[in-house]
Design a protein around this ligand. Structure first.
Ligand code: OSB
Ligand code: MG
Length: 367
């Protein structure tokens, strides 16, 4: 297909409750959607970048800039393209994986629509539904945290992830274990808030039988994670550090992690995410699907990814009402702790024009 134009759509989706992690507090999700226009139809992509460069170095305004200035013009000048060709065509531009991922996703969506094929089928996914966990932000007090966790367990979420940082780690974990018992699947995510000197503190989490501790150290500290792994019983899972299939292979060889969180946006797209999955599966390393507080567009594609056979742990792919009052697609509803894998052609959903219009801050057409 040939790209005739790309629309950058900036949305602001108010969150039902603020989300707090070591690196951010968010009250509304400011996000970037992409709509590619081709002669054969349109395609949608969502950019994982947050408004500020606090999770990774990318941010919404930066992603819009690199798309507008380099990535979109390169694809538009390339003539006939396929989704497989997007990453190689953009490879001479360094980094900017989330911006690239959004563009590849939109091209992939358009291609799958034209071929009447689902993303799940294209990726080789094997399940119809995906078990879902929920990521619980830091609270102002332990009783408030316990209320929030109780609510999610009532709704049927099959796994709880607590955001932690120094000063909010052992006590919240202990309180959740004491209140809800040892059977709850429980894990923690530090977003890099600790240093190698915190090994003894982090070892105090070992008695609580956590599934994993996610990204305790800085993203570029693979050796530090390997050293820390030798001092902890809790398995280390990497999120921010894993930016490609090659880095995943390196991290596994170095024994820096025993589990990998896969976010397509962080690794440059769903096609690379599939390769990260394949590398991990070949090494017997379990993976699960992360989330960037995405709208229904990203969620639909994430569910297709999370239906691959190596995704043996519940992901952060929560239902639409975990995040938003207004979802821009048909909402994803939790049934028995699971979400359905979209079966329709393309990534499985189409944004509802009125909803998009209602939440749009800015639209820009590149043609
Ligand atoms: O580290 O997984 C993370 C949100 C923003 C940035 C980073 C992360 C997260 C989450 C969100 O944990 C999980 C969710 O969508 O519930
Ligand atoms: Mg994380």
């Amino acid at each position: 297909m040939r790209l005739e134009g790309v629309e950058l759509i900036r949305l602001r989706l108010p969150l039902l409750s603020p989300f707090r992690a070591s690196v951010l507090t968010m009250e509304a999700r400011d996000l970037l959607l992409l709509r590619v226009i081709t002669r054969d139809g349109e395609g949608w992509g969502e950019c994982g970048a947050l408004p500020d460069p606090v999770y990774s170095e990318e941010y919404v305004e930066g992603a819009a800039h690199v798309l507008r200035t380099f990535l979109v013009p390169t694809l538009m000048q390339a003539g006939e393209i396929t989704a497989d060709a997007v990453a190689p065509l953009l490879a001479r531009f360094k980094g900017h994986r989330m911006a690239k991922a959004a563009l590849e996703m939109a091209v992939l969506d358009a291609e799958l629509r034209a071929r009447q094929m689902s993303l799940a089928a294209a990726l080789g996914s094997t399940r119809d539904t995906v078990p879902c966990g929920v990521s619980v932000g830091m609270a102002d007090s332990i009783p408030q945290l316990l209320d929030v966790v109780a609510g999610y367990l009532d709704q049927g979420y099959v796994r709880i992830k607590l955001k932690i940082e120094p000063g909010w780690d052992v006590e919240p974990v202990r309180a959740v274990r004491e209140c809800f018992g040892d059977d709850v699947l429980l894990q923690v995510d530090a977003n890099g808030a600790y240093t190698p000197a915190d090994a003894r503190l982090l070892a105090r989490l070992d008695p609580f039988d956590l599934l994993l501790i996610e990204q305790p150290l800085d993203e570029d500290d693979l050796l530090g994670h390997a050293e820390l792994a030798r001092q902890l019983r809790t398995p280390i899972c990497l999120d921010e550090s894993i930016t490609s299939a090659r880095i995943a292979a390196d991290a596994i060889s170095l024994r820096a992690c025993r589990i990998v969180n896969i976010k397509a946006s962080r690794v440059g797209g769903y096609l690379e995410a599939r390769r990260v999955h394949d590398v991990c599966r070949a090494h017997g390393v379990p993976v699960w699907c992360g989330d960037m507080i995405e709208s229904g567009v990203g969620r639909a594609a994430d569910l297709a990814l999370a239906a691959l056979p190596g995704f043996t742990l519940p992901g952060d792919t929560s239902a639409s009402d975990r995040y938003f009052r207004t979802e821009i697609t048909e909402p994803f509803l939790l049934v028995d702790g699971h979400l359905p894998v979209p079966t329709g052609p393309e990534i499985g959903v189409t944004p509802i024009p009125e909803r998009v219009a209602e939440l749009t801050v800015n639209r820009e057409l590149i043609d």
